[in-house]
Design a protein around this ligand. Structure first.
Ligand code: GTP
Ligand code: MG
Ligand code: ZN
Length: 344
């Protein structure tokens, strides 16, 4: 079945779609009648993929659960029937546990760089950005903070400095998502074979950025929507994840804006995010120091010395606690999953 609205350049190679030896090595020598394809859209009952023969709607084996597939996944497909054969192992996977659900929701796969988008307005919130950073770190993607709406304020650099302090060596860019210049600012992360994904609250300009990066004509553009004036909140214009070709090469995944991002399964991601605290911990007198009331705590000493802010330490504590209580632990002989007990 032909698919509208998705264009693959005629000169496309598998490499330009993000294919690499990591995926090629997973093919079996006998798998001759198959072609590799990359998932571009995940619907409730349909999967659309990009391949060297163009955009194709996949035939799905009975009992396929499309929720097991993420935009950006590589799959093998029967060359004749376009029947889905199998998914290849992922290089990176962005996923989150929605409250009350035991299974993780798959956001995007095989993403190289995560653009964490926020605006130079009321959306800017260090604690929220730290949640996205923990997610990016945990997934194995490199995070970049993208500050949009720089054109609406005089002090965009103040936002930039505050964002840069959130993680060691963090890349932060400031731009007007609507301008033709946005693509040039993001070009270092957008080259042939690389995939970026955009995440952030509703209304920060993710789809606006996709349109600037993809250079789509009017009818193929991602819909964008005005935000509320009083609190800068968006109206959840984008409702599904989708993959788009970037003008100069590479791929970008647009995602719906999230109301809240709950953190779970991200202990390593949090360690990386708060590396200044992680680095101090071995100097605490007690190996299991909670950096709260213990004597000889190197982290509390850093707070007293003014090299670590009380607010940052409080955010570390809150995020670590939340992660612990939301992450199922393996218990019992059969490894049954149950939620960890709340508290420390
Ligand atoms: N002035 C200005 N307006 C912007 C910028 N980026 C986005 N906008 C506007 O902000 C509004 C929201 O943009 P969208 O691209 O729809 O935001 P989104 O992040 O995709 O939102 P959801 O799809 O709801 O998650 C639109 O009216 C855009 O024109 C920017 O850099 N400067
Ligand atoms: Mg959008
Ligand atoms: Zn301590």
């Amino acid at each position: 079945m032909p698919v509208t609205g998705l264009v693959v350049a005629e000169t496309a190679s598998l490499e330009s779609l993000g294919w690499s030896s990591f995926f090629a090595d997973q093919l079996e020598p006998g798998e001759l009648e198959i072609i590799p394809a990359r998932i571009a859209r995940v619907h409730r009952t349909r999967l659309v993929a990009l391949s060297l023969v163009g955009a194709i709607e996949l035939e799905l084996p009975e009992r396929t659960n499309t929720a097991d597939y993420a935009v950006g996944d590589w799959v093998t497909v029967d060359a004749q029937s376009h029947m889905l054969v199998r998914r290849l192992d992922r290089r990176t996977l962005l996923q989150r546990r929605t409250e009350g659900r035991s299974a993780q929701q798959l956001a995007a796969a095989n993403v190289d760089t995560l653009f964490i988008v926020t605006s130079c307005n009321a959306d800017f919130n260090p604690a929220r950005l730290e949640r996205y950073l923990a997610l990016a770190n945990q997934a194995g993607t490199s995070p970049v903070i993208v500050l949009t709406k720089a054109d609406t304020v005089d002090d965009a650099q103040t936002y930039r400095r505050e964002a840069m302090a959130l993680q060691r060596d963090l890349e932060v860019v400031v731009l007007d998502a609507r301008s033709g210049n946005a693509g040039a600012v993001l070009a270092p992360w957008c080259t042939s074979g690389l995939t970026v994904a955009l995440v952030g609250s509703s209304g920060v300009g993710k789809s606006t950025l996709v349109n600037s990066l993809a250079g789509l004509t009017q009818d193929a553009q991602q819909k964008t929507g005005a935000i509320r004036e009083d609190d800068a909140k968006g109206r959840h214009t984008t409702t599904a994840r989708s993959l788009h070709a970037i003008k100069g090469g590479g791929w970008v995944i647009d995602t719906p804006g999230l109301r809240t991002l709950h953190v779970s399964d991200s202990a390593e991601g949090i360690e990386t995010l708060f590396s200044e605290i992680t680095d101090l911990a071995p100097s605490c007198r007690f190996r299991d120091c909670t950096h709260d009331h213990e004597p000889g705590c190197a982290v509390q000493a850093a707070v007293r010395a003014g090299t670590l802010s009380v607010e940052r330490l409080a955010r570390w504590r809150k995020l670590s606690d939340e992660n612990r209580s939301n992450t199922p632990v393996l218990t019992g002989p059969r490894g049954n999953k149950s939620a960890a007990r709340k508290g420390r």
